[in-house]
Ligand binder design. Structure first.
Ligand SMILES: NC(=O)c1ccc[n+]([C@@H]2O[C@H](COP(=O)([O-])OP(=O)(O)OC[C@H]3O[C@@H](n4cnc5c(N)ncnc54)[C@H](O)[C@@H]3O)[C@@H](O)[C@H]2O)c1
Length: 484
């Protein structure tokens, strides 16, 4: 498979669609990519996914709006939060960057269901990674255009779609000027630690994509929407595994008789995690310097497939990654159990992390938006609900397997990462609970349903993707193709 980091993509645009925000719902293939695209082997990163029309030279970005925008807002039965309104009493506008991804898609639907006016911004690069590496979601997923069309037909609610790269500031500025968000939820990053450790070019891509994308969002807020609240997805992995309790963002230290409250030390353990640390520093600085209001959600590892909204129709189904590059621990273990593969515990299995259900991700983001940070405030929430070691997860999956009549074995495999395999871990996570988070805990029932999903789709599992394929120590400069 060719190694690709730069993609330019041509799309035929009918004459009536040459203005921003035109209707483009039928112009993408079911894979989620535009009907035709070429894949040069250049490693230049600057325009990752460039959509451009034929004919006279025009802006490199297409603004795709799947359905006409309705200002109507109906009260949502059962909503646990007050109706969100913007300045003039209209629905609060939320831009969801990365809204075609795992967390972003579930969040976009949840917010739309709660009567927020939602615009998704995404360059669909996550789907491209799968094509590059020969990976696929366990669950079949529809194109973003079909997803949005299906949502509209089920609920009558509109979601705007802007396809483009947030590293392209011109594109991002146009989306800000046309949508005028009250809040931006920023999920739009390369989010896999193993992906960032495949080779030099993926490490460079990850840091450029994530750091520059976030920097552009900060500049766009400053320039076009300075009251807008940035809700940025960070990760608990930024803190590493210190031998003391992990606080929520800040720690008060007394040193040589003087006391100060300082950002909690960061000890990231991959080029991906390091990109998040740098994002956090850039956001903190711009809160101070420009008065940006921001919430950094240091999220734990997310598991689960269904939210109330994605369960409404097969076309709304979320992605479910189980491979060694993008799959997260619990999702991977459930798939391994379903296909009769021993659970792959890395090393001693004492690695302990915070975890949360995807239904809590969408709740947390809504809580952050509904209770915005003040002007100039850099607020940090640790977004997870429970902590488990890898061995504890393996034991839970084994137990759930027994209940379903599946024999589950566990094997220790050489750890491809550089990390402590046994360590102290106690991370605070009270701020979102104080705001009203009602956690979905990892009960047996949930595990059963996760396992049941894995069993339902087990014919789609590619056994070659189960073992880890990326080694932290073996990363080199040569471009590497992971899939066999
Ligand atoms: N999934 C987890 O367990 C987890 C845990 C902690 C933190 N997070 C954070 O949450 C966020 C979302 O994670 P996810 O699992 O949904 O990831 P994902 O890869 O499924 O989704 C990210 C989306 O962002 C888009 N994107 C990436 N770069 C972009 C760019 N330059 N311009 C426009 N769109 C771009 C991708 O196409 C994709 O649709 C990430 O920032 C990640 O670091 C996720």
């Amino acid at each position: 498979m060719a190694h690709l980091l730069s993609t330019s993509c041509s799309l035929n645009i009918p004459p009536s669609c040459k203005k921003p925000k035109c209707l483009l719902v039928n112009q993408c293939s079911s894979s989620g990519f535009p009907a035709s695209f070429s894949l040069p082997t250049s490693t230049s990163r600057s325009k990752m996914l460039i959509l451009h029309g034929k004919g006279p030279k025009r802006s490199s970005t297409i603004y795709a709006k799947a359905v006409s925008l309705s200002q109507e807002s109906k009260a949502q039965p059962g909503s646990s939060f007050p109706q969100e309104t913007g300045e003039a009493g209209s629905p609060k506008k939320v831009m969801v960057i990365g809204g075609d991804g795992y967390c972003g898609w579930a969040t976009a639907l949840h917010l739309s269901n709660r009567n927020y006016e939602v615009a998704i911004v995404d360059n669909l690069v996550r789907r491209l990674f799968d094509h590059q590496l020969g990976l696929d979601s366990l669950t079949p997923i529809s194109s973003i255009h079909n997803r949005i069309r299906c949502w509209k037909s089920l609920t009558g609610k509109d979601i705007q779609l802007h396809i483009g790269d947030i590293c392209d500031f011109e594109f991002l500025a146009e989306t800000f000027k046309s949508f005028e968000p009250d809040a931006v939820v920023h999920f739009g990053e390369q989010r896999s630690a193993p992906y960032s450790m495949i080779d030099r070019s993926r490490a460079v891509f990850t840091q450029q994509n994530n750091v520059i994308g976030t920097l552009n969002v900060l500049f766009a807020i400053k320039e076009y929407r300075d009251e807008c609240h940035l809700v940025k997805l960070g990760t608990m992995g930024e803190y590493g595994t210190p031998n003391i309790d992990i606080e929520e963002g800040y720690i008060t230290i007394t040193h040589n008789g003087r006391t100060d409250t300082l950002p909690y030390p960061k000890q990231a353990s991959s080029f991906y995690h390091l990109s998040k640390v740098h994002d956090s520093h850039n956001i903190a600085f711009t809160c101070k310097a420009w008065g940006i209001r921001a919430t950094d959600l240091n999220q734990g590892v997310v598991y689960g497939l269904r939210t109330d909204e994605t369960a409404m129709h097969d076309e709304l189904c979320n992605r479910f990654d189980y491979d060694g590059v993008f799959g997260t621990a619990l999702n991977r273990f459930c798939v391994q159990a379903a296909v009769g593969h021993p659970l792959t515990v890395y090393g001693k299995g004492g690695q302990t992390r915070g975890y949360l259900d995807i239904r809590d991700t969408v709740q947390c983001v809504e809580l952050a938006i509904a209770n915005p940070a003040q002007r100039g405030e850099f607020r940090v929430f640790n977004q997870f609900t429970e902590q488990f070691s890898v061995n504890e997860l393996a034991a839970l999956v084994t137990k759930a397997g027994e209940k379903l009549g599946i024999e589950v074995k566990t094997v220790s495999v050489p750890n491809p990462r550089v990390e402590a395999e046994e360590h102290y871990y106690n991370a605070k996570h009270t701020k979102l609970i104080e705001l009203g988070l009602k956690p979905h805990l990892l009960s047996d029932a949930l595990l059963d349903s996760l396992l049941n999903f894995a069993i339902k789709y087990k014919d789609r599992v590619d056994p070659k993707q189960i073992m880890p394929s990326v080694s932290w120590r073996k990363i080199g400069v040569k471009p590497k193709t992971v899939a066999v």
